[in-house]
Design a protein around this ligand. Structure first.
Ligand code: ADP
Ligand code: MG
Ligand code: ZN
Length: 609
């Protein structure tokens, strides 16, 4: 489009400029030459001048007569007068005493001007008008003209690129990489598979939570296979007009077939791949697009070397037809990284950054349980930014530790104003958590306690870090975690005989965990192994919906309340048994604002309280 518009524009400019020049010429310059000193007079004056012999020249034009009069001193003056039906005029001129040169000019025209006026200017005006109209149409119905011209410029829709990413850029996801390596091998030598008669999977679906590297993996496949990579996001198929998305799918596959072997990557496929339902007023466009996609995936030759990768974090919402063998028959889970995976991801990203020689990545990985690859990449970058902010040219361990907290809880709010009384409450609250955690054997060790407020709204927090990777949660651990969560509020109650709103987040977390124990983990006394809730979006927040009768729902509530109540009582008991330690630690924390797990344990285990 762009390349075309420029010459058009300059053509238009030439036309406008030449019109302006012509008009100027015509309106100002031509009359200046022609109408020089012509005086209009009456016909009778003309006749008397002829009779008196003063006229030297006469020019009879179609509608007027121009004549030149010479006075006694020899000066000449041109006059014009209206033409009259006067057949005797010629005789009169002949017989005049003066010597008159007379002639008649039917019409004084300039052939160039005439041509310009009758052809060039009207055409130029038409072009200008047409342009203005088209432009305003384009503005108003941009989408429509785009859609209409779609057939012409569709080659630009899909990014075809060598991505420059390889499997070495992806850390952790070993199972996913293994599954994809087979696809790469297939693209390298498809005949090996063809000889034995095997059909390779036409499509593989990468599923997992956001930020785990699905897009990155697809790019790495393209980089490794060294073939063209067509990347398109599901939302790009969704058009204003029914049928356009389907046309795009057709076109995508046509191009892919021409470029085979190649990879087609459809990111966020759930946008178009949602389950079709019989709802009246369902999204026709989306369904047509999906149908076209299904047809295309059946239609092309599996041995030719077109591999379709797709990524989604909502696999449960995909249409079953999309998942049947022969289409996206491979499902490659891309889960949140485990301890080893997190460490590897941190190292991959740390490569690009100047670091001090000894960095304990394992410690950072342990402190970031549940973080996705994208978050880990962000942690490394935050650390580098912090190093620059502090005027250093290398990242050190404390940069990384601080940036973990930044990513978890936001930046420190150093100048937040908090009264001494409130600081005290916060200190007791946090020590309450830490003490309850430390005094239970099924609880993770305390790593750090801080009462510096953060931009996320946290006024302080107690960080617990497990020694190793945990994949299972026992009932004892779950209960211990709930007790720890209630520890903060318990300390407030014991020391200040009151409670504050500071425990709201603890309450939320404790409730969620207790509820999951009852409804999903089968860890309550009154229900057996019954699923009372189902997860809707496994990878996106994990909302749940109840799958039980209202009576059962109210029993669940009672059960949840019981669990939390028991643990709350346990926490209060633990704290009242360790009252002096609670005071001592809280005072210490109030003074230091941040203490490490080791400091905490040292004071806790010291004899003289
Ligand atoms: P998504 O799964 O949402 O598509 P992306 O592939 O876009 O996530 O990942 C976002 C960024 O996170 C990547 O560009 C990369 O920097 C980082 N990342 C995620 N997972 C990994 C990983 N396994 N190894 C290295 N970097 C990763
Ligand atoms: Mg993605
Ligand atoms: Zn708390």
């Amino acid at each position: 489009m762009k390349e075309e518009r420029n010459p058009k524009k300059s053509l238009l400019y030439y036309a406008i400029i030449s019109i302006i020049v012509l008009l100027l010429f015509n309106a100002v310059i031509v009359p200046m030459i022609e109408n020089q000193q012509i005086v209009e007079t009456q016909y009778s004056f003309f006749l008397t001048q002829v009779d008196e012999g003063n006229v030297t020249k006469v020019e009879v034009q179609s509608d007027e007569i121009l004549f030149e009069v010479q006075d006694e001193s020899g000066n000449t003056q041109i006059y014009s007068t209206g033409k009259m039906d006067d057949p005797d005029l010629i005789d009169r001129l002949y017989s005049s005493s003066g010597d008159i040169a007379f002639t008649t000019v039917t019409e004084e025209t300039n052939p160039i001007l005439e041509f310009l006026f009758s052809w060039v200017i009207p055409i130029a005006l038409m072009i200008v008008l047409w342009n203005i109209i088209m432009r305003s149409m384009n503005k108003r119905m941009g989408n429509m003209t785009n859609a209409m011209s779609f057939g012409k410029n569709n080659a630009k829709i899909y990014v075809k690129s060598k991505t420059g990413k390889t499997f070495s850029d992806v850390a952790g996801q070993d199972e996913a990489k293994e599954a994809l390596e087979e696809i790469v091998d297939f693209l390298h030598n498809p005949q090996k598979y063809a000889e034995i008669g095997a059909d390779l999977p036409k499509g593989a679906l990468l599923v997992g939570p956001p930020g785990t590297g699905k897009t990155l993996l697809a790019q790495a496949v393209a980089g490794e296979a060294n073939v063209p990579f067509f990347s398109i996001s599901g939302s790009e198929f969704v058009e204003m007009f029914v049928g356009m998305g389907a046309a795009k799918v057709r076109d995508l596959f046509k191009q892919a077939n021409e470029k085979a072997p190649c990879i087609v990557f459809i990111d966020e496929i759930d946008t178009i791949g949602k389950k079709r339902d019989g709802n009246i007023g369902g999204n026709d466009e989306r369904e047509q697009t999906l149908n076209q996609l299904l047809t295309e995936m059946d239609g092309f030759d599996g041995k030719k070397g077109v591999v379709i990768l797709a990524a989604t974090n909502r696999p449960e919402s995909l249409d079953p037809a999309l998942l049947r063998p022969g289409r996206f028959d491979r499902r490659i889970p891309v889960e949140l990284p485990d301890l080893g995976g997190r460490e590897a991801i941190l190292k991959v990203h740390a490569c690009k950054i100047k670091m001090e020689n000894y960095i304990d990545f394992n410690a950072i990985a342990r402190a970031t349980a549940g973080a996705s690859g994208a978050e880990l990449a962000n942690i490394i970058n935050e650390a580098a930014l912090r190093a620059v902010r502090n005027g250093r040219n290398k990242v050190c361990q404390s940069d990384l530790e601080e940036s973990v907290e930044v990513v978890i809880a936001g930046y420190q709010r150093k100048n937040a104003v908090i009264s001494h009384k409130e600081k005290e409450i916060i200190a007791y609250h946090e020590i309450g958590h830490a003490l309850v955690a430390a005094k239970q054997k099924d609880s993770a060790p305390v790593h750090k306690i801080t009462i510096i407020p953060r931009t996320s709204g946290a006024l302080g927090y107690t960080m617990q870090v497990d020694e190793g990777e945990k994949v299972l949660l026992t009932k004892e651990e779950a209960l211990a975690r709930i007790a720890t969560l209630t520890g903060g509020r318990s300390a407030e109650e014991l020391i200040f005989n009151s409670c504050t709103s500071g425990a709201s987040n603890d309450i939320e977390q404790a409730t969620r965990l207790a509820r999951a124990m009852v409804t999903r983990y089968g860890m309550s006394g009154s229900f057996d192994m019954i699923a009372l809730e189902t997860i809707n979006n496994q990878y996106l927040g994990g909302d749940t919906s109840l799958a039980c009768s209202p009576e059962t729902a109210s029993k669940i509530d009672d059960e949840v309340n019981n669990i939390v109540k028991l643990q709350h009582e346990k926490a209060v008991r633990i704290l009242s048994e360790n009252m002096d330690k609670l005071h001592e630690l809280a005072r210490y924390l109030l003074e230091k604002e941040t203490i490490t797990g080791e400091e905490f344990m040292r004071i806790l285990n010291s004899e003289n309280a």
